[in-house]
Design a protein around this ligand. Structure first.
Ligand SMILES: *Cc1c(COP(=O)(O)O)cnc(C)c1O
Length: 367
């Protein structure tokens, strides 16, 4: 059979999104979605009139949402870009600002979409090793020969850098673009938003998917210097001008308006994260300090991460396991509702107990 795909994609390996299985109902702790519904204002905003308006194209500039974000974050409209999820914005950033000469530098353990974009566009990927405790050493990024992208907090570790460290990276790369992916910043880390006024080489990428319970609406946004935003718009309008659906724009604006609901949900998730952390610690998991809506965890010695993942799945709980990687002895656990996490801990105790017994038996047999 003839193959029509360009040979330049022969070695392209697409990003593997977390499973969204439909065979049964799972407790989903695998894709960092919110356990809470979007704000009730979202449902109200998707009115019959909005549905009738679907015959019309959306505003290609997403002005309404830009106005809302501008008011909410105290940032001028010229400094805001809107995309179809932050993944799309990231894809446009790699396309717009990197080429054969200037690649992208990022941690060797970080969001696994970054190397995929490099691969897609044939951009050099400079992978900078994290420290043995999975933290990022800012000095490793000084005077870089490529653009830089840092997820802060990092994924899938949950570890955050402080603003001074990020500022030091920006300062020491005046001729390079520094992108800070703040997908999880609302769960306790400090945003480097104040820095966009000071530096013209900084882009901050954010999303409504995690902290605003709108993963299904696909809305991302970026903050940066006016000329960086213009460059992004130029590339966007050369690719697809209508990237955001009308209903999604309306949903995002409504979600942004409900600050009380946002603060409440995020507060519960942070509290549940701290509780889950303590419970897993007691069960002898090795844990990284997380400021995100997930915990990166290594099960105790007598059970492998893959076997733990599989047993949880059999019991109806999905967590994220990254096989074929340098982190295949870890799992990433999204913080669900308090009830979901109670079930998760209960099942984890069962699995651990069983593995421990199994281990003892084998130990005795070996003697
Ligand atoms: C989830 C995630 C994204 C993508 O979010 P969308 O806005 O849903 O596309 C981007 N960066 C990181 C680090 C993420 O974990």
């Amino acid at each position: 059979m003839s193959r029509f795909i360009s040979s330049k994609f022969d070695s392209l390996k697409p990003y593997e999104p977390g499973e969204q299985p439909t065979d049964k109902k799972y407790i989903k702790l695998n894709t960092n979605e919110s356990p809470f519904s979007p704000s009730p204002l979202v449902q109200k905003a998707i009115s019959d009139e909005e549905i009738r308006s679907l015959r019309l194209y959306p505003d290609p500039n997403a002005n309404c949402l830009k106005n809302s974000l501008s008011k909410h974050y105290g940032v001028k409209k010229e400094n805001i870009f809107i995309g179809n999820g932050s993944d799309e914005i990231l894809a446009l950033i790699f396309l717009a600002f990197c080429d054969e000469k200037t690649g992208m530098a990022f941690a060797n353990i970080t969001y696994s979409f970054y190397p995929v974009y490099c691969n897609l566009y044939n951009i050099k990927a400079e992978q900078i090793p994290v420290n043995s405790n999975f933290s990022i050493n800012p000095r490793d990024y000084f005077n870089c020969s490529n653009n830089i992208i840092i997820a802060n907090p990092n994924a899938p570790t949950g570890i955050a850098l402080n603003i001074d460290d990020i500022e030091s990276i920006i300062k020491n790369n005046k001729d390079r673009l520094v992108v800070v992916d703040e997908a999880y910043v609302d769960f306790g880390a400090k945003s480097c938003l104040p820095l966009i006024k000071k530096y013209d080489n900084l882009l901050i990428v954010r999303t409504f998917s995690k902290s605003r319970s709108l993963a299904g609406a696909r809305i991302g946004y970026a903050f940066g210097n006016e000329s960086l935003i213009c460059d992004l718009e130029k590339v966007k309008f050369s690719f697809n001008s209508y990237t955001n659906s009308r209903l999604s724009l309306v949903a995002a604006i409504a979600a942004l308006e409900d600050e009380d609901y946002f603060l409440k949900c995020r507060g519960v998730i942070i509290k549940t994260r701290e509780k889950t952390y303590k419970q897993l610690k007691k069960l002898n998991f090795i844990l990284l300090p997380s400021l995100a809506n997930f915990i990166f965890a290594k099960p105790p010695v007598f059970i492998s991460a893959s076997s733990y993942y599989n047993k949880l799945k059999q019991m109806g709980i999905l967590v994220r396991y990254f096989k074929n990687s340098n982190i295949d002895s870890w799992v990433r656990i999204t913080i669900g509702s308090s009830e979901e996490m109670d079930t998760f801990i209960e099942k984890t105790k069962l699995i651990i107990l069983e593995a421990q017994n199994e281990n003892c038996k084998n130990g005795t047999q070996n003697k």
